[in-house]
Structure formats: structure tokens, C-alpha cells
Design a protein around this ligand. Structure first.
Ligand code: ZN
Length: 134
């Protein structure tokens, strides 16, 4: 994908059930500008879920107009290349996700740890362990 591809997404944040309803309303409009949609989350530390509406940037205004008619007051535009950047090894979202992702640890790894990592579940089966299991 080219660095300045105009593909990206509109993001609308809110309660998941509200976003599901919004998505259904939007899909009923059958806008040809909408390439696809996806609802994610909520994932910690955020309380809101997010509706992603994928499209090309020149088409975002048309979709935004429809969203406003459906009562949406705020949206964010994000280019695909910006999303990719955030998920690179040292990217912002990757780091956040690593930080909050629950991990599992087996009892033998646990015994070798000096300090217990936060957000962790102890498992008996080492094949489920995020540290030594595969
Ligand atoms: Zn282990």
C-alpha cells in the first residue's frame, strides 16, 4: 500500500449497543461509498466501543453527512497508513495493547519471577502459558 493512499476510516465512539444500532441504520442506507464496517471493543483502558467505517478519504464527507442525519455528533478520520504506524512494534496502540492485554502464566514460570506482572492469570497447564507455552 502506498504511503499516501487515501484509504482510511471514520471512527465513531460510543456504547457498543448504540453503535450496533447505528451500524444497522447506516447499512440500510446502502451507501456505495462505504467499503466495510467493523465494531471493536470496548477494550481497556477505554470504556467506549468504536465503529470503524472504511472508505476513501474523498468519500468521507458523504458518509459523515449521513452519520449526522443519524444523530452522530463527533467522528474522527484516520488514514490507513496512520493505523499501520500505530501498530508497528513501537507504535502507540501496540504498546497500549501489550500493556493491558491479560496474560497467562504457568506455575513454573511464576516461581522464576521476582515480581508478579499485573493483569495476569495463573494457569496449571504450561501449554497455555504466555511465557513458555506454544
Ligand atoms: Zn510458563
Amino acid at each position: 500500500m502506498a504511503k499516501h493512499d487515501d484509504f482510511g476510516k471514520l471512527l465513531v465512539f460510543g456504547r457498543r449497543d448504540e453503535l450496533v444500532a447505528l451500524k444497522n441504520h447506516l447499512l440500510k442506507l446502502s451507501l456505495r461509498e462505504v467499503q466495510s464496517t467493523k465494531i471493536q471493543g470496548p477494550s481497556p483502558p477505554y470504556k467506549d466501543a468504536v465503529l470503524c467505517i472504511y472508505c476513501n478519504e474523498p468519500n468521507a464527507d458523504v458518509i459523515w453527512a449521513s452519520l449526522q442525519q443519524l444523530g452522530v455528533k463527533r467522528r474522527i478520520w484516520k488514514y490507513g497508513y496512520e493505523t499501520e504506524k500505530d501498530w508497528e512494534p513501537m507504535g502507540r496502540l501496540r504498546k497500549l495493547n501489550e500493556q493491558y492485554r491479560p496474560r497467562r502464566i504457568c506455575t513454573s514460570c511464576l516461581s522464576s519471577m521476582n515480581e508478579l506482572p499485573s493483569n495476569i492469570t495463573i494457569v496449571e497447564d504450561s501449554s497455555l502459558c504466555d511465557y513458555c507455552g506454544h
